[in-house]
Write a protein that binds this ligand. Structure first.
Ligand SMILES: C[S@@+](CC[C@H](N)C(=O)[O-])C[C@H]1O[C@@H](n2cnc3c(N)ncnc32)[C@H](O)[C@@H]1O
Length: 273
């Protein structure tokens, strides 16, 4: 078992570095992730790993712990009703509103291994191909550099493509590379993948029409959630939309947002002044 002091030490710096809250009641999960990392670092025990962490901040080990604590769980077309809402309501609306300048900016703020931004692109390719001729900027970011590298590569194994990706899309937009499937370069190259820690200062982002911050706010305390939503609010263009995970809400976090009910789901936009 991890000692209480070790748990407190780890949760304090994980909170400082990434604003991620490690719940004491989920100690077993923290412990098992620490065990995996200790093994990878050739350290005999979790205690030895924490001792090395306490020893000094300059070996990149703290960062590895933060990466180990983030859950990268994702899949293609996760929370399908949101993609139906994109197809039926949100994208047609944006298409009409911006028909003149033909310019749109999208951002996925917790892109993990890329299934989320690529699902949006696949939807555009199949249902709104004219949008791909517009000036469309699509930025996708994540805290974890390893995940971003995987996302950029756009390669998925059979298990990953079996989770949510329609077979027709797989056939049309992916090519087989050994045991994996690779998204074709013309779509892959449209997403600008970068590292960004939502809990620290953000590098400059364009003003945005569509923001995906799905299944990431849950890891943060209330204060961090408020700070993040306030920044998103300032980046959203008039009429822009924010999409959160199924279990997340902007209500009671930032009153400037209103909930827009859509078939079997919801999204958020900034209230009119
Ligand atoms: C559960 S995944 C969600 C992925 C995707 N948005 C989805 O809904 O399928 C959470 C992601 O949030 C990222 N994350 C955690 N803390 C973060 C932070 N402080 N800044 C940016 N990303 C963070 C993790 O690396 C992970 O890839």
């Amino acid at each position: 078992m991890m000692t209480a002091a070790d748990f407190d030490y780890v949760s304090a710096f994980v909170r400082d570095m990434a604003a991620i809250v490690l719940e004491p009641r989920r100690e077993y999960l923290v412990e098992s992730r620490m065990q995996t990392l200790a093994r990878r670092e050739n350290l005999p025990t979790v205690g030895a790993l924490v001792a090395k962490l306490r020893d000094g901040p300059n070996h990149g080990l703290h960062r590895k712990v933060v990466d180990a604590m983030t859950t990268s769980e994702t899949s293609f077309f996760r929370d399908l009703p949101q993609f139906d809402a994109l197809r039926k309501t949100i994208l047609p609306e944006l298409l009409t509103r911006h028909a003149q300048e033909q310019q749109l900016n999208f951002w996925c703020g917790a892109a993990s291994t890329g299934q989320e931004p690529y699902s949006v692109l696949l939807l555009l390719a199949d249902d709104f191909p004219e949008l791909l001729k517009w000036d469309l900027k699509f930025v996708a970011t994540d805290l974890c550099g390893e995940l971003i590298a995987r996302a950029r590569a756009g390669r998925y194994n059979q298990l990953e493509v079996n989770r949510g990706l329609p077979a027709t899309m797989l056939g049309r937009h992916f090519t087989r590379q050994g045991a994996e499937w690779e998204l074709k370069a013309e779509l892959r190259g449209r997403v600008d993948f970068r590292e960004l820690n939502l809990a620290q200062n953000w590098p400059s982002l364009p003003s945005l029409d569509l923001v995906f911050l799905r299944n990431v706010l849950v890891y943060f305390d209330g204060e961090t959630q408020r700070a993040i939503l306030a920044k998103v609010r300032r980046l959203l263009r008039p009429g822009g939309y924010l999409l959160l995970g199924e279990t997340e809400t902007a209500l009671n976090v930032d009153d400037a947002f209103e909930r827009v009910a859509l078939a079997n789901t919801a999204c958020y936009r900034v209230r009119a002044a």
